[in-house]
Design a protein around this ligand. Structure first.
Ligand code: NAD
Length: 260
């Protein structure tokens, strides 16, 4: 489906991002995988995709919270593959704490990693997409782009921000053959969710089992986690020609969470 095209997925050494990168490789796109700090993890993801798929796979270590590193990554991908046709801004981190105890450093890190990163990446990639008159930008937001939960102030603010950024970029690019959309998943079982359980237990005075049942699965009427593959399939669809009239949309994939 995407032969000759290149998809760059931020935060793709594991979790949802890795599945998105895999889905694009499976669909014939060259892919760029990215992670922040651990070069070995980036290389492991690159090797895993390269050995299973007959496409170009590039690994690039970059902290997406740093605008210069994001620009360098997009320039390197453009040199290697001739351009970035599909940008998936997926990297994200979480911090769970009441506002009055929320460390300023954590606030800044969550905003930079989840929100500013997407702005840096689209700012760097839009000139080439505009000159080709085609492009796809997909932001991995969250159900927290439209509703809130207590103790996640920075994450909810960042994800709401991504919704506004997607809409603004969609309007700016509507006549350029480019679409910009956000996917808003509910809970997906990944390290990001696993790691927030201890802080959620502390903030709510609950056991691990109570957090799983009364916080995570209770949010989703389907009473199961969304899978990374389901999110990846939607990303592939949004990047396809069939989705060229969908732009500026915040698409829920949350098992009914935000229908309530
Ligand atoms: P994860 O923790 O499993 O993976 C996050 C990825 O981002 C990793 O590859 C990590 O190395 C990378 N990353 C983190 N900080 C980075 C940085 N500064 N620079 C570059 N890469 C960085 O998380 P996940 O659950 O797969 O989350 C992926 C995205 O999906 C995030 O934006 C998250 O907010 C969003 N999301 C997740 C869920 C969920 O329930 N898991 C729900 C809705 C939205």
């Amino acid at each position: 489906m995407f032969a000759g095209k290149t998809a760059l997925v931020t935060g793709s050494t594991r979790g949802i991002g890795f599945e998105i990168a895999r889905a694009f490789a499976k669909s014939g796109a060259n892919v760029v995988v990215n992670g922040a700090s651990d070069a070995a993890q980036v290389e492991a993801a690159r090797v895993a995709l390269a050995q299973d798929h007959d496409v170009g796979v590039m690994g690039w270590r970059a902290d997406v919270a740093n605008a210069d590193e994001v620009e360098d990554m997009i320039a390197a991908a453009t040199r290697r593959f001739g351009g970035v046709d599909i940008l998936v801004a997926n990297a994200g981190v979480q911090h769970v704490a009441p506002i009055e105890e929320f460390p300023i450093e954590a606030w800044s890190r969550v905003l930079a990693t989840n929100l500013s990163s997407a702005f840096y990446a689209m700012r760097a990639v839009l000139p080439q997409m505009k000159s080709r008159k085609r492009g796809r930008i997909i932001l991995i937001a969250s159900a927290h782009a439209t509703v809130a939960s207590p103790f996640k102030s920075a994450y909810v603010a960042a994800k709401h921000g991504l919704a506004g950024l997607a809409k603004t970029a969609a309007l700016e690019t509507a006549r350029d053959g480019i679409t910009v959309n956000a996917i808003a998943p509910g809970y997906v079982w990944t390290e990001l969710v696993d790691r927030q359980i201890p802080a959620t237990m502390a903030a709510r005075g609950m056991t691990r089992e109570e957090v799983m049942d009364q916080v995570l699965l209770a949010a989703q009427p389907i009473r199961r986690f969304v899978t990374p593959q389901e999110v990846a399939d939607l990303a592939v669809y949004l990047a396809s020609d069939a989705a060229s009239a969908i732009t500026g949309a915040i698409l829920p994939m949350d098992g009914g969470w935000t229908a309530q």
